[in-house]
Design a protein around this ligand. Sequence first.
Ligand SMILES: Nc1ncnc2c1ncn2[C@@H]1O[C@H](COP(=O)(O)OP(=O)(O)OP(=O)(O)O)[C@@H](O)[C@H]1O
Ligand SMILES: [Mg+2]
Length: 367
Amino acid sequence: MATMVHLRGVTKRFGTFDAVRDVSLEVGAGEFLTLLGPSGCGKTTLLRLMAGFEAPTVGTVEIGGQDVTRLPPYRRPVNQVFQSYALFPHLTVAENVGFGLRMQRVAAAEGQARVREALALVSLDGLDARRPHQLSGGQRQRVALARALVCRPKVLLLDEPLSALDAKLRRAMQLELKRLQRQLGITFVFVTHDQEEALTMSDRIAIVHEGRIEQLGTAHEIYHRPATRFAADFVGQANLLEARVLLQDEAQVRVSVTGGLELTVPRAAWPAGAMKALIAMRPEKVHVSRLANPAAAPAAAATNLFEARIEEEIFQGATDQLVIVTATGTRLSVVVANESAYGEIFHAGDHVSCALHADDLVVVPAE
Ligand SMILES: Nc1ncnc2c1ncn2[C@@H]1O[C@H](COP(=O)(O)OP(=O)(O)OP(=O)(O)O)[C@@H](O)[C@H]1O
Ligand SMILES: [Mg+2]
């Protein structure tokens, strides 16, 4: 895959504060890359550096193989949807969406057709004559999206473009936007602080933390193999447990985790030579059953078995979240499918057997 956007050693300093710290990043042509991170971590600043609204203090920006570090925004083959939608208040919806096409001198008939197509895409057909103040926040956000898509840029930079939409519309737009991106082959750099959105939409995700890219990988890698405590904690839910080595051989490491539970971890997953590390355990990986005797359940050798008491049960719709406490006092959050009619139903106070496959434990080096 050819590289479309290439940041090399980019730092952005505001006064004495580094909002972006020595970031190097390659976005492939036609890729959907998401910058994911908490508020203030530098996501918008990274997009503004790509768009040309900020100049790097150190480093260079290339787009489509061309060094654009010193080029103004309008000379870059890039379009963007801002976090605040920045619509023209005195223009109608159709005029707002068609604005870029008029700047590009696209013929009127073709322009109108493309505006209609873009509005249909964001489910705003029929609202072309309205002005921004006559729209809801979510509708305004979709106008901004249509306005950026209609120009068919090589690279589209999207700063939390779905944040004002309700959950249902947001999910529909996520799928629609992803489909469109594939179909048009546009490179997307998408910003969100919503980890579910990032996991659903992206080819790759860059976890941004304090101005740095902490981990870059596919959704699958980021979720199943977080590389740092921050990545494990920020993406999805995880039980984060301090682990210390009790015993080890060539195949396995036996550890004691926070609260005293003992677990077996594959040797290959444990950082070589370390006596301590952090274990991240996803709540859905702990298999809970009401079987009183775990020895009765068929289990692979690589499975950790232990008993626990349910301390709390939290209804979440499709799933139930349980807080369980082991005999030694390790507290874990687990998630079970909610199969009310004929499945198991768990209640606070129940004793349960738990099984956890050793390969499902993620070991993160201690900092
Ligand atoms: N022009 C500026 N002058 C000084 N500091 C700035 C400027 N722009 C951004 N910052 C600071 O840089 C850091 C990163 O800001 P940025 O807007 O990139 O964060 P973000 O990840 O987009 O956050 P959010 O999710 O809240 O939008 C913040 O601490 C912010 O206060
Ligand atoms: Mg931002």
